[in-house]
Design a protein around this ligand. Structure first.
Ligand code: BGP
Length: 480
């Protein structure tokens, strides 16, 4: 038996996102989303996969939630699809969409599973993108707040935990810098920062509205946090790390936690001519909201190494591994500032993601000392190829090893003084990986489908039973 243990009320969970699991993309009055359109552009996703059917959670939510209950899950984090609620992004409500989420929430509550709702996990109503460019226009701020407010009012007696935006840093970077997410803009840095500014304001105004409607509820944003390590003690690399953190991490974390941009990064972007405009009134709103968030949501997958990058060095654009062929990812960076070489001390996944369990404890301690906020790990997991044996077993010992090492570090973080409320693995069932198709699997539950299709039957993997035991023993079953 290990000596570490999580508190009794710890939220052991698992997470998903609407587009990646639901399917039923045009059923029961749902409007189209930006992703419904984007995946149809040839070459954008692995083998042209879409979420049209995904893993059909829309029709199988009862089976999926029953499996969660069997496992003993304490919380289930899922997202609501904005165009299912407001097909045109605003205006008329689609009652069938509201009913669907009401059923999902009721099903969770029936088993004593705490629903944790993400308001925005990347599927924007296409209508808003077409009308005013979606996040590119400040008009989105009020539309988002109206959408969120509707949900707060409707579910205020059933849902305590809310997440405003999922990985704002990722969807904006992929959307406006690398062109790999909708709206597929390339290298438009100025818009990237302006879009982020709108998203910060949408988040902030939503937090303020929330506190009036559900004062006892808990709200935060989920950030894709990859802590960084300087390559070595050469001051030039140490300086590159500071700059990297300000530009790639604290730009978002400071805004959620303090309501302001990191000064050095802002100055750098100002000189580059791409800093967002910010008014005094906006500053006040952002600062007010920062005082009111209840937790920092962290999606943790990996850390990065930072090294100085000469002005003629690598750019933010490089080959990304979406095939699972190890070693195809290229080093990227900001010319004249930083680059992110591989970490020679750590192994990587088949998709070239660094595996760094201790980085999770590092992330928690950094957030604790910088913001003194409670933390919810809203995602963490291993994307891997899984094989189902002839007798329908999935021996995913590699996933168990990955999760075990991460949870152990998380328990140490708690032991060392971090206030961590919950831990959600990514993901409960297998699901669609945005750019990597269905072969990159994350779940405790195997779903029989590939890039073309399948029976969609569910099978419990070995990791299912393993996590069940972790939850049952509050983590005590994990030994170092
Ligand atoms: C996060 C997203 C998730 C999920 C996960 C795994 O960035 O919030 O939606 O997709 O990463 O990523 P991938 O599917 O690219 O392996």
């Amino acid at each position: 038996m290990g000596t570490l243990k999580m508190p009794e009320n710890f939220l052991w969970g698992s997470a998903s996102a609407a587009y990646q699991i639901e399917g039923a993309y045009d059923e029961d009055g749902k409007g189209l989303s930006n992703w419904d359109e984007f995946v149809r552009i040839p070459g954008k996703t692995f083998k042209e996969t879409t979420g049209d059917v995904a893993v059909d959670h829309y029709h199988r939510y009862q089976e999926d939630i029953a499996l969660m209950a069997e496992m003993g899950l304490k919380t289930y984090r899922f997202s609501i699809s904005w165009p299912r609620i407001f097909p045109a992004g605003k205006g008329e409500v689609n009652q069938a969409g509201v009913d669907f989420y009401e059923k999902v929430i009721d099903e969770c509550l029936k088993y004593g599973i705490e629903p944790m709702v993400t308001l925005y996990h990347w599927d924007l109503p296409l209508a808003l993108q077409e009308e005013y460019g979606g996040w590119e226009s400040p008009r989105i701020i009020d539309d988002f707040v109206r959408y969120a407010t509707f949900l707060f009012n409707h579910f205020k007696d059933k849902v305590t935990y809310w997440i405003t935006l999922n990985e704002q840093n990722i969807f904006t970077n992929q959307g406006w810098v690398t062109a790999t997410h909708p709206p597929g803009k390339f290298n438009d840095e100025k818009t990237f920062y302006q879009v982020n500014h709108h998203a910060f304001l949408a988040h902030a105004k939503t937090v303020l509205a929330f506190k009036n409607i559900i004062p006892e509820g808990k709200i935060g944003a989920s950030f894709a946090y990859g802590p960084s390590y300087a390559l070595d003690c050469d001051p030039i690399n140490a300086m590159a790390k500071v700059d990297y953190d300000n530009l790639r991490n604290f730009w978002w974390l400071d805004m959620y936690g303090y309501g302001r941009y990191p000064k050095n990064a802002y100055r750098y972007l100002e000189k580059k001519g791409v800093a967002p405009e910010i008014s005094e009134e906006e500053s006040t709103i952002l600062e007010e909201a920062a005082k009111k968030i209840d937790f920092m949501g962290v999606n943790y997958y990996q850390t990065s190494v930072v090294e100085y990058n000469p002005i003629n060095g690598v750019t933010p654009f490089g080959e990304v591994n979406t095939t699972g062929k190890k070693g195809s990812e290229q080093v990227t960076g900001e010319p004249g500032v930083y680059k992110n070489p591989k970490n020679p001390y750590l192994k990587t996944t088949d998709w070239d993601w660094t595996i760094d369990p201790m980085g999770l404890r590092y992330a928690c301690k950094e957030i604790t000392s910088r913001y003194q906020l409670p933390i919810i790990i809203s995602e963490n997991g291993l994307g891997a190829f899984d094989t189902k044996t002839e007798d329908n077993k999935i021996h995913d010992d590699y996933r168990i090893a990955y999760l075990k090492a991460h949870i152990y570090e998380l328990m140490k973080a708690v032991d060392e003084g971090c206030d961590v409320w919950g831990y959600c693995t990514w993901s409960f069932t297998d699901l669609l990986s945005w750019l990597n198709g269905y072969q990159k699997r994350y779940g405790f539950v195997y779903v029989d489908r590939d890039e073309i299709g399948g029976s969609l039957d569910r099978f419990k993997k070995d990791s299912f039973y393993w996590y069940q035991e972790v939850i049952r023993t509050s983590g005590e079953s994990i030994e170092e």
